[in-house]
Design a protein around this ligand. Structure first.
Ligand code: ZN
Length: 317
């Protein structure tokens, strides 16, 4: 028996993206809806079930693949810790609730892991066996793929690269520790430091908060504060990439999200600085490249986990 179309959800703090993905990785249909603001533990499964029931017959769906922000128990299909952007999300029984409401079996994965699997299947990881995938956004997410398999670690939470310490005398992080990588090298860190350095007005602050695009515009214009902040930002980012390389020697690091959209110029600079800092042997072959799939990585990864878990169960009831 083969898997037909899979309905995939990518649950983020602002939007729930969803789409129908074929077994070959083609996206047949795509849409998004606002993420419920309150009682996410109840309201997110309800929303997912409603969408599933609408699309189920239209696309001949048999399975649902879900990726979500937060920590996930993949065996139970539950959210263990929902994260700061969700109100009352921890404990959401995504698989169970969707099965009860729609009759479809649903598999759940963490969103960054799913994005890495999406890249492995259809993107920048297609031709390589091992890589680290990091996403630069509000924080920094990470996933480690070794020999074409996601490395989960002992407890299942490997890849929290955003919380590796790069400055022991540094800023406090919301994880409770100090000097974490994401305090310095996430897109929101870049924006925050630019706001501090430039003394922009309150009205401009709102605009700047959303993404790093405005700051990058200032960098290209030669704005002195923006250039200083950007240089420090790159130094922090590269420090993290060097740490990851020295420990894992992945051969390739894919970067997605936020500022990676800046493209070639950004990656040329990152690679140049990386070569300066990393120990010689790694430098000769390690590539730091843009993740290919951008917004679709999560959806494709969610479809991929359904394929993989289906393959690993001889019979699915
Ligand atoms: Zn932290």
């Amino acid at each position: 028996m083969e898997i037909k179309n899979v309905l995939c959800f990518d649950i983020g703090g602002t939007f729930i993206k969803y789409g129908v993905v074929t077994e070959g990785g083609r996206i047949l249909y795509k849409d998004k809806t606002a993420t419920p603001r309150a009682k996410c533990r109840i309201n997110i499964p309800i929303k997912l079930s409603e969408i599933t029931n609408v699309l189920k017959d239209k696309f001949n769906l048999e399975f649902v693949g879900i990726c979500t922000a937060g920590q996930v128990d993949i065996d139970k299909g539950e959210v263990i810790a929902g994260g700061v952007n969700f109100e009352d999300y921890s404990g959401a029984k995504l698989s169970e609730d969707i099965y009860k409401s729609t009759g479809l079996k649903a598999f759940v994965e963490n969103d960054v892991n799913a994005a890495a699997l999406g890249e492995l299947w259809m993107g920048g990881g297609k031709e390589i066996d091992s890589f680290v995938c990091i996403t630069l956004g509000t924080g920094i997410g990470g996933a480690i793929v070794i020999d074409r398999k996601l490395y989960r670690g002992f407890g299942g939470y490997a890849g929290e690269v955003g919380h590796m310490t790069i400055n022991l005398k540094g800023e406090e992080c919301n994880c409770g520790f100090i000097g974490c990588f994401e305090r310095y090298a996430s897109t929101s860190a870049l924006v925050k430091k630019y706001i501090e350095a430039s003394g922009v007005s309150n009205s401009q602050k709102e605009e700047l908060k959303t993404n790093g695009e405005e700051v990058m515009k200032k960098v290209k214009e030669g704005d002195a504060a923006a250039c200083t902040v950007y240089r420090e930002y790159l130094a922090a980012l590269v420090a993290g990439l060097v740490n990851l390389t020295h420990i894992l020697d992945p051969g390739c690091i894919l970067i997605g999200g936020g500022i990676s959209a800046q493209g070639d110029l950004f990656f040329e600079e990152v690679n140049r600085l990386f070569q300066e800092k990393v120990m010689k042997p790694y430098g000769s072959y390690t590539r730091i490249i843009k993740a290919d799939l951008d917004n679709d990585a999560g959806l494709l990864g969610a479809a991929y986990i359904v394929k993989e878990r289906f393959k690993n169960c001889s019979i699915i009831n």
